[in-house]
Design a protein around this ligand. Structure first.
Ligand code: NAP
Length: 280
């Protein structure tokens, strides 16, 4: 068994990005700028946002961090986005999801200027990714997964990929990206019948359901590659959606949680910020 070490690979990517950002600064006198917006008191979201701000500093991207109270109105949040859409020093805008119930997520996402849409939330950028356009910005978590696998010499062409979860930020874009890579893809959801049989067909099993240690060894094929996207907090400890200890002896490659997909998501956020800056 080999570990798909997202922490190590993300450090490599950050090193490459720092070099590129420094060169861009010498050429243009400017640095990419990323705005991260957080609404409300979600503790987990705050941890993610702080990690993103710190990562920006590490590679020389300017970060702008905006916190809004739970009771901000949708109109006020839209107005804040309008200002950020106009600001020249900001190339990327990320709205940390989920948003409080009183705010319509779709309205907020649709207000982000697609040219600054750093996590590929908008219909325009999702369409470009769907069409596999060369310059398309790609959703951070799925592109982080592909990059982690690629840098571990995993080939997608002809592989049977099973994805558990069909969210707009992980499962769905990941399925499209895997299809574009030539994999044969099955996407499962909470109502899928015969889940175990489907999982057992997977050369690459990617799990993004938010259910602590759900995948056990009897659900996977021998020598399968396992990517665990889940982040589940239980009594102060973090677990993935896969029972790591249980499956370990049966897999060929596996991501740890933490230290697998999480750091790769942040690395791709930085990469997208640099791409948006170059495309301005
Ligand atoms: P989400 O929006 O809650 O969606 C969960 C998906 O899992 C839904 O499509 C749901 O099906 C499906 N599902 C639930 N139980 C299932 C089951 N027993 N079998 C098959 N499918 C099942 O989740 P998300 O935002 O994609 O996040 C998923 C997990 O990944 C969470 O733990 C989240 O914290 C983590 N995450 C990690 C990162 C990272 O960077 N590491 C990034 C994003 C998310 P239905 O559609 O039928 O309800």
């Amino acid at each position: 068994m080999l570990l798909l070490d997202g922490k190590k690979i993300s450090l490599e990517i950050k090193k490459e990005l720092k070099k590129e950002v420094d060169e861009l600064y010498i050429k243009t006198g400017k640095r990419p700028g990323l705005a991260v917006l957080i609404v409300g008191e979600n503790k987990a979201s705050k941890i993610y946002v702080n990690a993103k701000v710190k990562a920006c500093e590490e590679v020389g991207i300017n970060s702008f961090h905006y916190e809004f109270p739970d009771n901000i109105s949708e109109i006020e949040l839209l107005a804040a986005l309008d200002l950020l859409n106009e600001k020249e020093e900001i190339n990327g805008i990320l709205v940390q999801l989920p948003l409080p119930k009183n705010i319509n997520e779709e309205n907020i996402i649709n207000r982000i200027n697609p040219k600054k849409d750093v996590d590929c939330f908008t219909p325009e950028n999702l369409g470009r990714m769907f069409l596999n356009e060369e310059k398309a910005i790609k959703s951070c978590t799925p592109s982080g997964i592909l990059e982690l696998l690629r840098r571990n010499k995993v080939v997608f062409l002809g592989k049977k990929v099973v994805i558990l979860g069909r969210s707009n930020i992980v499962g769905k874009p990941l399925a499209i990206m895997m299809i574009n890579e030539g994999a044969t893809v099955t996407v499962c959801n909470s109502k899928t019948k015969d889940l175990q049989d489907i999982c057992k067909t997977a050369d690459i099993l990617i799990v993004a359901i938010g259910k602590e240690r759900f995948i056990k060894k009897e659900m996977i094929k021998k020598d399968a590659i396992i990517v665990d996207v889940g982040i589940n907090r239980v009594e102060g400890k973090i677990y993935g959606d896969v029972d790591f200890q249980d499956v370990l002896s049966k897999v060929s490659l596996i991501t740890p949680v933490p230290g697998g997909v999480g750091p790769m998501t942040i690395a791709m956020l930085l990469k997208n910020s640099v791409e948006l800056f170059k495309n301005m």
